[in-house]
Design a protein around this ligand. Structure first.
Ligand SMILES: Nc1ncnc2c1ncn2[C@@H]1O[C@H](COP(=O)(O)OP(=O)(O)OP(=O)(O)O)[C@@H](O)[C@H]1O
Length: 238
């Protein structure tokens, strides 16, 4: 059995001469991890390294024992990515067709494929949306459909990059509750980058990233308290 979790070893990401992120040594095995920190700190860069959307300039990232460069396509099969804006992930007229599109390469038989789609929508509590217009459903519903297009592929790791930015508090809470229930049931690891500190507090481990480095790493309550302390101070007018 390959080692579970995500490992960073001697990782540096450069854009030209500029260093965007440095992660010398990190091993993430907790089921729910949150990543917080100021704009431009490097949260999205960290997530994108985990599904080989970005390759490290130095060092290695591995997911469940697979190197993200040497085994990039295998890693992408294990990793699902949900972005802030669901509209970027929904391209078909209806949720049913969008989720089915994800499965085209996996299940050739159309009846089996439809059944798998309906099953997934059912699990996420959005079966009633299957044939609605994707453009007419609410932002919260669209985000659940975007999630469905990813989880129908049964990833082992789910990366959420500011997934509740466009949602109100009630829908944000519902969305994360659905994600957490499903991921716990299916043993999917979740890494969530977010500015929503209530959401970040729901994780088992929290990383704070600023200026391209992990500055705090530990229990969410402690990391978040320290983040608030530092930023309260910084946000006071001179
Ligand atoms: N393709 C790129 N080329 C050059 N620089 C980039 C690129 N992508 C991101 N950066 C820079 O890398 C740094 C980290 O950006 P990143 O998007 O990871 O931060 P973030 O913490 O997710 O920010 P935010 O909270 O604003 O989404 C920023 O300085 C950004 O300008």
């Amino acid at each position: 059995m390959p080692p579970a979790g995500i490992t960073f070893t001697g990782v540096r990401v450069l854009a030209g001469e500029r260093q965007l992120l440095e992660v010398p040594d990190l091993h993430l095995t907790e089921q729910r991890i949150s990543v917080i920190g100021p704009n431009g700190g490097g949260k999205s860069t960290l997530l994108q390294l985990m599904n080989s959307l970005i390759e490290p300039s130095y060092g290695h990232v591995s997911v469940n024992g697979l190197d993200t460069i040497d085994a990039g396509s295998d890693v992408r099969q294990q990793v699902g990515f949900v972005f802030a804006n669901p509209a970027a992930q929904l391209v078909m007229p209806t949720p049913l067709e969008d989720v089915e599109l994800s499965l085209r390469g996996r299940i050739k038989n159309s009846r089996e494929r439809r059944a798998a789609v309906r099953d997934c929508l059912e699990h996420l509590g959005i079966a009633d949306l299957a044939e609605r217009s994707s453009h007419e459903i609410s932002a919260g519903q669209q985000q659940l459909v975007a999630l469905a297009t990813v989880v129908v592929l049964k990833p082992r790791l789910l990366l959420l990059d500011e997934p509740t930015t466009l949602l109100d508090r009630v829908n944000a809470g519902r969305f994360m509750h659905t994600v957490e229930q499903m991921c716990t049931a299916q043993q999917i690891q979740i890494v969530t980058a977010t500015h929503d500190l209530q959401l970040a507090a729901r994780a088992q481990r929290c990383l704070m990233i600023e200026d391209g480095a992990i500055s705090l790493d530990g229990a969410p309550a402690e990391v978040i308290t320290e983040y608030i302390r530092r930023t309260d101070h910084a946000s006071l007018p001179a």
